[in-house]
Write a protein that binds this ligand. Structure first.
Ligand SMILES: COc1ccc(S(=O)(=O)N2Cc3cc(C#N)ccc3N(Cc3cncn3C)C[C@H]2Cc2ccccc2)cc1
Ligand SMILES: [Zn+2]
Length: 330
């Protein structure tokens, strides 16, 4: 049988339904006994980061309950200094980054004990330069990005061995120019974003072959206009982020077909509930809603969206307010 690796786009796609997306995010998971509220508890801090960043891009941050969010984050910081996804959960570097990102967007870093966060992240680094996600010891190159992004947002990169961190990331580079989660692991667009993001923050973009890597990234675009994360996979709107942000940092965003990709992204909107799903016709969620909007922001469409910073996946004005200048190739 012929394997289907792409989808058919509908003949016409809706315009950007900004108000519907804002309402979708503002009401998502508010009903405490609603199914999604319970199912997403294990990643609540990240879910809040996805929703708040998307709302800020749409200029709706003032419609959120800032004090309630800050109170929740303060309560999620644990004795270790690390921050958990939800109350009574264990701390993890993924949610520590999400919490710090939210606090930077709200300009409220004094909500938590910064010194203890810095100590928690520093303790994650291993002798080979890699990072564990929490005290249970799982190593993944995603956690290297989380550690470096978190510490750079706090202006405390001095506490880790940056050269060893970069050394580990480069061990994850494959012959196809891509990056995997560990040395020898298959190239994946999400891991390429994490490695290029870390190299952008630490000023080491000269270590990658920008042309070969950008070529692999552009190969992700399918006839439907959508992008997938690996060869032979279906397109998915969240890969728009992993691929476009890396291409932007590498200075080769113009290598993708912008018109076709914009059409694919608009087709992923749920015209009933609001929000974006991974592919046309699936259920919308905050994760894909953020990445649908960041794609339109990176692609310089005429829609009224704030600029997204490709390295931190945070609004550009926030990165400028922190006086951060992540490197990118021109
Ligand atoms: C299908 O139900 C799920 C499955 C997994 C997860 S997860 O492990 O927490 N996570 C985050 C995530 C959040 C949402 C939302 N809201 C939806 C999906 C999704 N995926 C799964 C996914 C995305 N594209 C296709 N797939 C199958 C990525 C995953 C891993 C990830 C975490 C952090 C940052 C980047 C990636 C959550 C829900
Ligand atoms: Zn996805």
């Amino acid at each position: 049988p012929v394997l289907k690796h792409d989808i058919e786009l509908p003949a016409s796609v809706p315009e950007l339904l900004l108000e519907k997306h804002a309402n979708f995010l503002l009401s998502y998971g508010t009903d405490k006994d609603e199914y999604m509220y319970c199912m997403t508890e294990h990643m609540r801090m990240s879910g809040m980061y996805w929703g708040l960043t998307a709302l800020d891009l749409m200029g709706k941050l003032e419609q959120t309950n800032r004090n309630e969010v800050l109170e929740f984050i303060a309560q999620c910081q644990t004795e270790s200094g690390g921050i958990a996804a939800s109350l009574q959960h264990d701390p993890h570097i993924l949610y520590t980054l999400s919490a710090v990102q939210i606090l930077c967007i709200y300009n409220a870093l004094d909500t938590i004990d910064i010194e203890k966060v810095v100590k928690y992240v520093k303790e994650r680094q291993q002798p080979d330069g890699s990072f564990t996600g929490d005290i249970w010891g799982e190593v993944d190159m995603r956690f290297s990005f989380c550690a470096v992004a978190t510490l750079s947002l706090l202006n405390r990169l001095d506490v880790i061995d940056v050269d060893k961190a970069v050394e580990f990331v480069m061990k994850c580079m494959n012959f196809d120019g891509g990056f995997g989660s560990k040395p020898g692991a298959e190239s994946h667009a999400g891991m390429i974003y994490c490695s290029i993001g870390l190299l952008s923050i630490t000023g080491n973009l000269h270590l990658v072959d920008a042309d070969q890597l950008s070529w692999w990234l552009c190969e992700r675009q399918l006839p439907s206009g959508g992008l997938n994360g690996r060869p032979e996979k279906l397109p998915d709107v969240c890969y728009s982020w992993w691929v476009l942000s890396a291409l932007t940092i590498l200075g080769r965003l113009h290598w993708v077909n912008k018109e076709q990709l914009v059409k694919f992204v608009l087709a992923c909107q749920d015209t009933e509930s609001g929000g974006f799903s991974d592919r046309p016709g699936d259920i919308a969620d905050p994760f894909h809603t953020l990445f649908g909007l960041t794609a339109l922001s990176l692609l310089n469409t005429d829609y009224p969206l704030k600029k997204i910073n490709p390295t931190y996946c945070m609004p550009e004005y926030v990165i400028q307010r922190l006086h951060l200048k992540p490197a990118r190739l021109d």
